[in-house]
Design a protein around this ligand. Structure first.
Ligand SMILES: Cc1cc2nc3c(=O)[nH]c(=O)nc-3n(C[C@H](O)[C@H](O)[C@H](O)COP(=O)(O)OP(=O)(O)OC[C@H]3O[C@@H](n4cnc5c(N)ncnc54)[C@H](O)[C@@H]3O)c2cc1C
Length: 416
């Protein structure tokens, strides 16, 4: 077991100047595993962790072509919430919020989950109607969510311009108190450390170049470090997921788009909640260090580029200043981009595929970081028992052929 992090062990290490052990270890690649997980983001790591923790399956390899958390899991804006639009979505994301609430204690790793509340602004009657609809669906699923008026919005975020003579007046908002932010790197590293301690092998810099399929069933993978045989291969590669699935001959209804974000210089704390405007395609939160983190919707064209663009910064700045004119002098420190695997209904795809033993946990678009724990838990159960858990049954791949879409766009497009 790894060193337990505690005030006492901090003191002991400080006094003895003993170095801290590595958080996860490197291994030689073995010729076979019970399960190969492709992608060491939050989904791959959580799946491996719950396989070992809940089901005792620890001959698991997590392979990543790059470094752990180098995909969307280390690039996101770390918003966690469950105020979605469909009952299937609300139930699923609520399970994740609950797992996140106890994750720091479970992993013995401070994931800095800050449930500071999440506000989605309505600037017109149409949005207000959707907010009411979402609030009712949320309440029916036991999720704390309500529509509030401009005065309450002002009370929660005094810096917002709630006057009525603006271009986009704030008519109200969907307020979701359990929503908030988390420290994404800590979640990735916490899962990696706990999975490693349970015997899971994490292999960075190990790209999957081929998936071996014979007689309709998966037999293993080909990597640049050699071949591995395995009866189960799980695709957790988000923005790259359609490419990886194609290696197994499985076509996914996914297009990949870039999503950009930006962070400002740190300023005194003034923003306690996450603020989202779907109409203006922006959202903002303040980190514990005081920086403002801004996000938007995806770039409008498919791309595998992870570069920022000036158009994004210009548009973002204009829209943020509509909401908070007093930020005009704030300087942007950094901007970046990641890849998002968008499905037609803005809901994920989890479960079996036509190739036996080849499973997918993909289609996470701009909203998948918050889903890591619930998806990992459910995928681990599916692998260990062979039965699809009720919680993810609606998100199967077959729904696209059978016309059972889970339309989540109204709550997922912005507001990650
Ligand atoms: C700017 C931005 C902001 C976001 N904000 C939020 C947010 O606030 N809240 C939220 O919930 N979600 C957010 N998201 C979405 C979220 O980041 C992703 O949905 C989530 O991280 C996906 O996690 P994952 O583990 O499935 O994939 P990833 O973390 O993307 O990991 C996939 C891994 O697969 C690896 N890989 C790819 N191909 C191969 C191969 N052939 N062989 C081996 N490995 C391979 C990659 O190297 C990568 O490490 C945001 C995304 C971005 C880009």
């Amino acid at each position: 077991m790894p060193t337990r992090y505690s005030a006492l062990s901090l003191l002991r290490h400080g006094l003895t100047r003993r170095p801290w052990p590595r958080v996860w270890r490197d291994h030689d690649l073995e010729p076979s595993y019970d399960v190969v997980v492709v992608g060491a983001g939050v989904h791959g790591l959580a799946t491996a962790y719950y396989l070992a923790k809940h089901h005792g399956v620890s001959r698991v390899a997590v392979l990543d072509r790059s470094y752990l958390g180098g995909g969307g899991s280390g690039r996101n804006t770390a918003i966690v919430r469950s105020n979605y639009l469909t009952p299937e979505g609300v139930r699923f994301y609520d399970r994740s919020v609950r797992l996140y609430e106890s994750l720091a204690a479970e992993l013995n790793f401070n994931v800095m989950f800050s449930q500071r509340g999440h506000l989605t602004l309505a600037h017109n009657d149409g949005s207000l109607r959707t907010m009411r609809w979402r609030a009712e669906v949320n309440k029916l699923q036991g999720v704390d969510s309500e529509v509030i008026g401009p005065d309450d919005v002002k009370r929660l975020v005094p810096f917002l311009d709630t006057s009525t003579d603006t271009r986009y007046p704030i008519l109200g908002a969907l307020y979701h108190p359990p929503g908030g932010t988390i420290r994404h790197d800590a979640v990735n590293w916490g899962y990696a450390r706990a999975a490693d301690a349970l015997g899971v092998q994490i292999h960075q810099n190990t790209e999957v170049l081929g998936i071996i399929v014979r007689d309709g069933a998966v037999r293993g993978v080909r990597t640049w470090r050699g071949e591995i045989s395995a009866p189960v291969v799980v695709n957790c590669t988000a923005g790259w997921s359609s490419l990886v699935s194609a290696l197994a001959g499985v076509t996914l209804p996914i297009t990949t788009h870039s999503l950009q974000a930006a962070v400002t210089e740190p300023v005194q704390m003034f923003l306690d909640t996450v603020v989202v405007s779907g109409t203006l395609h922006v959202y903002v939160s303040q980190t514990a260090r005081g920086e403002l983190v801004f996000g938007a919707s995806t770039d409008p064209y498919p791309s595998y580029s992870m570069r920022g663009s000036l158009e994004f910064t210009e548009e973002l700045a204009g829209h943020i200043l509509e909401l908070m004119p007093s930020l005009a002098k704030l300087r942007v420190l950094r901007q970046w981009a990641g890849l998002c695997d968008m499905t037609p209904d803005f809901s994920p795809i989890m479960g079996v595929t036509p190739v036996e033993g080849f499973l997918v946990d993909v289609g996470w678009g701009t909203y998948g970081f918050k889903a890591g724990p619930a998806a990992g838990e459910a995928m681990a159960e599916l692998i260990a028992t062979g039965k699809t858990p009720e919680l993810i049954a609606a998100f199967d791949l077959a729904r696209f052929g059978q016309g059972r879409l889970v339309g989540e766009k109204g709550a997922a497009a912005v507001g990650h």
